[in-house]
Design a protein around this ligand. Sequence first.
Ligand code: CA2
Length: 179
Amino acid sequence: MRTFDRGRLLAEDMVRVLILHGPNLNLLGTREESIYGTMTLDAIDASLVQLGEELGIEVDIRQSNVEGELVTWIQEARSGYQGIIINPAAYTHTSIAIRDALAAVNLPTVEVHLSNIHQREEFRRQSYVSGVAMAQISGFGPTGYLLALRGLREHLSARGSKPARSRTRSTGRTAKRNR
Ligand code: CA2
């Protein structure tokens, strides 16, 4: 129900996107730079917060090494979020639980991979998530997350959700980060 309370009205109207990073992505920029690049996860998150502000989208960014934690966050996105961007990392290739959670919440979801998973080992070519995602972006490095946010925004605008152009706010990363 709408309220005359100005603060609550703004919060209700805000487009919110949940951005999830899966296991080991907290190590970005510290090892395996030849595959995943030199940008740290903190730097990627900062670029997403900045783009969110430009687009009028509130981004809630979280990372976990625990499958069940990712599943719980996906379930919780049912209330208050309009879309999900997820790099499930290794769980891409193993997790029916994450796929089922995404199917259950039924929010427009973009799957992102830094590397091109289709050019790598055979086991990385299968994604349990792609069948329930509206799009997969793979191989653009950190830019893939920004493309995903822009793509989601276009999709949500076409569907009638209105990003708040003049009053932008981002929560930034709100959850625990494994270090
Ligand atoms: O390309 C991607 O984004 C992946 O989702 C990354 C996953 C991999 O299992 C997927 O097949 C493709 C691995 C993330 C691990 O990230 C690290 C970063 C720095 C050092 C070690 C691992």
